[in-house]
Design a protein around this ligand. Structure first.
Ligand code: NAD
Length: 502
């Protein structure tokens, strides 16, 4: 297909899907085959300004929309997503590479946030104290901020946009979304469904682009808050740049997630959990288990971990039976392969080498790396220090659980961690002493459901409040206190020159 006949991903400005006037376009590529699926624009400065202006204008009325009106949009939206989940997953797999089942999971974890947004009536309630002084009451209003922006990564192109705009809009804000330029198509389909559900013109806008568009969003004086999910390098830049203009910012960033395996763990369940969490989505999850810390006699389990990994099928995400799909791009594959090479140079033992898996037909062109396992990994090695973001599991040995906890607490990242054990006492000690924001006990990827919030910590996060759940209601609102006195007669009691309320 020639470049010019390819579908072009539109912008969404003030309720209209429009074609960008830019001269700069990138290809959206199926990572299993290199087939070009569409072209995505790098929006111009004028288009970014128009999107923000539309959101700013829509805020004047949307901020006053009653709770029931906001809630009912998300009730309808969750049903539309549910009805379309198979076709959403198919778009996602084509442009991102993960298996169809995992793509449905990606949509589903976002759908759970939409369901929660439909409960906005109970989430956005203030507090009230009666009679804080004689005849005086104090209460809070959780008021929307204005125009908010979201910048999302390639690895969850359904779930992460759905972490952002539903809760921002449900709380009364308007929104400008900047999806990943690598896989924007499923995000755009979700945006279409949001309009079908009743999100009014200008309340949700979408611009595409890279560094320049992101910088324009960070700098724009009419944007009040920025939510970012992506790499530590870019997230740190976004946090600093958007904070400079006084914005509220939350950045969820890179990770190195350790799972400790104690010798008393249920062996079969643990081996299955490790293989799924290390190699699922080709390791391209911010909560993937990338380091297994085998304690004591569990160090003897390496051959079984390797055989579990060897049993996984590498292939296209839309093929039945595939466990591990491709990496997102040629550049990502080259980076992962070069880190595997670094692991060898640094002296780790390559127990399983997934480079260049033998695949036929069009998949020969795909960005595949199969499950790869290193043992004998130590801090200081590149494969331990860097987020590989590929299907590579590093195995570290430890004498005791205390040594394993010390290793994890010394690592700067704090996204997720897990412990495999059958001992309640060990689990309780672990949850108490581990300095990581999301803890799994026999759960390898402990991403909380939206009744809670995503609570990555330390170097995996900048900003106080996490995405979705109760924390994000506070992120997307300003708490105003009102202290009110209503006189029941005309007496004034005279002039009071002290600070106290009586
Ligand atoms: P990325 O940082 O490259 O891109 C994220 C967003 O930033 C994209 O929209 C991209 O267009 C934009 N961007 C890229 N380069 C930029 C630049 N120089 N200046 C401004 N904006 C720029 O991340 P990615 O590769 O898409 O996603 C993978 C990363 O995201 C991994 O590090 C992963 O751990 C992280 N992630 C973290 C979480 C979490 O919750 N902590 C969740 C998912 C992904």
């Amino acid at each position: 297909m020639s470049g010019d006949s390819l579908p072009r991903v539109p912008l969404l400005i003030n309720g209209e899907f429009v074609q960008s006037a830019t001269t700069e376009w990138r290809d959206v590529i199926n990572p299993a085959t290199q087939q070009v699926l569409a072209r995505v624009p790098m929006a111009t400065a004028d288009e970014v300004a128009a999107a923000v202006a539309a959101a700013q204008a829509a805020f004047k009325t949307w901020r006053k929309a009653p709770i029931g009106q906001r809630a009912r949009i998300f009730l309808k939206y969750q049903q539309l997503i549910r009805d379309n989940i198979k076709s959403l997953a198919a778009i996602l797999t084509a442009e991102q590479g993960k298996t169809l089942a995992d793509a449905e999971g990606d949509v589903f974890r976002g759908l759970e946030v939409v369901e929660h947004a439909a409960n906005i009536g109970t989430l956005q309630m203030g507090e009230r104290a009666h009679n804080v002084a004689g005849g005086v009451d104090t209460y809070t209003l959780l008021q929307p901020l204005g125009v908010c922006a979201g910048i999302t990564p390639f690895n969850f192109p359904a779930m992460i946009p759905l972490w952002m705009f539903p809760m921002a809009i449900a709380t009364g804000n308007t929104f400008v979304l900047k999806p990943s330029e690598q896989d924007p198509m499923v995000t755009m389909r979700l945006v279409e469904l949001a309009l079908e559900a009743g999100v009014p013109a200008g309340v949700l806008n979408v611009v595409h682009g890279g560094e320049q568009v992101v910088n324009a969003l960070c700098d724009h004086p009419d944007i009040k808050a920025v939510s970012f999910v992506g790499s530590t390098r870019v997230g740190t830049h976004v946090y600093e740049r958007a904070s400079l203009t006084g914005k509220r910012v939350q950045c969820m960033m890179g990770a190195k997630n350790h799972a400790i395996v104690l010798p008393d763990a249920h062996k079969e369940q643990t081996l299955n959990a490790l293989a799924g969490a290390a190699f699922g989505a080709a390791g391209q999850r911010c909560m993937a288990v990338s380091v297994a810390v085998l304690v004591g006699a569990a160090r003897e389990w390496i051959p079984e971990i390797v055989s579990r990994a060897r049993g996984l099928t590498v292939g296209a995400g839309d093929a039945a039976g595939t466990d591990v799909g491709p990496l997102i791009s040629c550049a990502a594959r080259e980076r992962v392969e070069s880190l595997i090479e670094r692991g060898l140079q640094d002296g780790a033992t390559l127990e399983l080498d997934g480079r260049r898996p033998a695949l036929g037909g069009p998949l020969q062109q795909g960005n595949f790396v199969g499950p790869t396992i290193f043992s004998g990994v130590r801090p200081g090695m590149a494969i331990y220090e860097q987020e590989i973001f590929g299907p590579v599991l590093c195995i570290v040995g430890a004498e005791t659980m205390d040594d394993a906890i010390a290793l994890i607490n010394a690592n700067p990242n704090g996204n997720g961690t897990a412990l495999f054990t059958q001992s309640g006492a060990a689990a309780r000690k672990f949850e108490e002493e581990i300095d990581v924001g999301q803890v799994g006990i026999n759960v390898p990827i402990p991403v909380p459901v939206p009744l809670f919030s995503f609570t990555g910590s330390r170097a995996s996060k900048l900003g106080d409040l996490g995405p979705y759940g109760k924390q994000v209601v506070l992120f997307y609102t300003q708490t105003k206190t009102v202290t009110a006195r209503w006189f029941d007669d005309a007496s004034t009691g005279g002039v009071n020159t002290t600070i106290s309320l009586k």
